[in-house]
Design a protein around this ligand. Structure first.
Ligand code: TRP
Length: 446
């Protein structure tokens, strides 16, 4: 048997896992969700869920991964068997679904990088920018070209392997991402009137909070931390026994929430400074922000940096999603990494086509419950598969392999820390009950 590949260093692993977590979810989705859900109130609920359930499920995934040294399906088969590998099957299915529409949106960011350089975005009127965005995404061919380009980049990183591809790319791209983020935040909060946006994000208005806010915050927490479909199981499976798992889970969770808050601090002050509406929804980054950039000196330059930031964040995340599927075919189906990455990448590209067309020619095709293909894919994966995956991952660690899980936590120094008891209470009871409750409440079951 070939020895399993390992990360080259602890830093490399943390950057790769943080690269998975930090993505469009943080920079594109989080600010508009906070904008539409009462700013600070959403932030408080979100962070509350992230540091209890999110952190605990992440640790659970790392433990399952390292204990088994297997992909998302193989890990459950090796540790227990029975019906448990179904969790991994759901995870692999979710990976196909999520990456298919994720890559479509990521393609938009590449196109917007180009548009900011050519001057196509040098328009101050958000209505006109709305038309530019609407016309672009509704087009049949050009978004598909960028979707293809983005999938090709993702495949390219994954086929180069764990150390030589994923880790190497993360070590270059993540520091670049942080640098860009800081430059842009400084620019944004120093705009006249920008502090209002900071206040909006930091002062909670709980009158806007409903159960759907809570369930949105939970889906967002799972999506943003890359939980519930085995991405962190897969990344954890490439860890050596001397690694400190809770420390790593803490770092990744912290970095991910820091970037979400920083993205809020980048986007909301700019939106307020120019008197735009923070609850503008998904268009916030593609319509409102270009209007903001168009009104500032060197706007085209900052616009380019911003869309580059988004593209980088999306790439390191997409890589982790593809790796979930590739790892399964490599470990358990004997397919070579190269063929697996290329073939699966191509299938995901095809699956993304109807999502892309949902913005245009297929926009009126409602598949179910008034949702078009894109919205349906997003709903099935983020609102159903990820929370359900997280629920069963918690139960698995809390009840099925609890003894071994504690030893795994202690593997790096032989000591089981005292807080493991608290983690046990969360994965055994609190996370499954809270996820089930919020899921059912969000679906309007009661
Ligand atoms: N976390 C990424 C983001 O915020 C997306 C992502 C990467 C993801 N891997 C995942 C989401 C696994 C769910 C599951 O954009």
């Amino acid at each position: 048997m070939i020895k399993r590949e390992h990360w080259g260093s602890r830093l490399g692993f943390i950057l790769a896992a943080a690269g998975s977590a930090v993505g469009l979810g943080n920079i594109w989705k989080f600010p508009y969700m906070a904008g539409a859900n009462g700013g600070g109130a959403f932030l408080v609920i979100y962070l509350g869920l992230v540091f209890t359930i999110g952190l605990s499920v992440m640790l659970a995934e790392f433990v399952i991964g390292r204990m088994s040294e297997k992909n998302a399906i193989g890990a459950f088969a090796k540790l227990k068997g029975g019906l448990w590998p179904i969790i991994g099957v759901f995870g692999v299915a979710a990976a196909f679904i999520i990456l298919s529409f994720y890559s479509v949106v990521a393609g938009w960011t590449i196109s917007y990088m180009i548009k900011s350089v050519t001057g196509a975005l040098a328009v101050e009127d958000p209505a006109a920018l709305g038309d530019i965005f609407g016309t672009f995404i509704a087009d049949t061919t050009s978004p598909l070209i960028f979707h293809a380009v983005f999938m090709a980049l993702t495949v390219f990183v994954v086929l180069a392997g764990v150390g030589g591809g994923i880790e190497r790319a993360s070590k270059i791209l993540m520091p670049a991402l942080f640098a860009l983020l800081i430059v842009l935040i400084v620019r944004s909060v120093t705009l006249p009137g920008g502090m209002e946006g900071v206040a909006f994000l930091l002062s909670p208005d709980f009158s806007k909070v409903t159960w759907s806010t809570v369930s949105d915050a939970l889906s967002q927490a799972f999506f943003s931390l890359s939980l519930g479909m085995g991405a962190m199981i897969t990344y954890g499976s490439y860890l050596s026994k001397k690694e400190n798992l809770p420390g790593s889970a803490g770092w990744v969770t912290l970095l991910d929430s820091a970037v979400a808050v920083m993205a809020g601090l980048l986007i909301l002050p700019a939106v307020f400074a120019f008197g735009f509406d923070p609850s503008a929804g998904p268009g916030l980054t593609f319509i409102t922000l270009p209007a903001v950039f168009a009104q500032m000196p060197f706007g085209a330059f900052f616009a380019f940096l911003f869309f580059l930031l988004l593209a980088i964040a999306a790439l390191t995340s997409a890589v982790s999603i593809l790796e979930v599927v590739v790892a399964y075919f490599v470990d358990d189906r004997g397919v070579s990494r190269k063929s697996a990455a290329v073939i699966i990448g191509f299938v995901i590209f095809l699956l993304g086509i109807p999502s892309s067309l949902s913005m245009g020619v297929m926009g009126d095709v409602k598949i179910i419950a008034g949702k078009n293909f894109f919205d349906l894919m997003d709903f099935i994966s983020s609102s159903l598969l990820l929370p359900i995956g997280g629920l069963f991952i918690s139960l698995f660690v809390g009840w099925v392999v609890w003894g071994k899980a504690q030893e795994e936590i202690a593997a790096h120094n032989g000591v089981i820390p005292i807080w493991v008891g608290a983690w046990g209470v969360i994965v055994k009871f609190i996370a499954p009950i809270a996820i089930a409750f919020i899921l059912l409440k969000g679906l309007g079951v009661f």
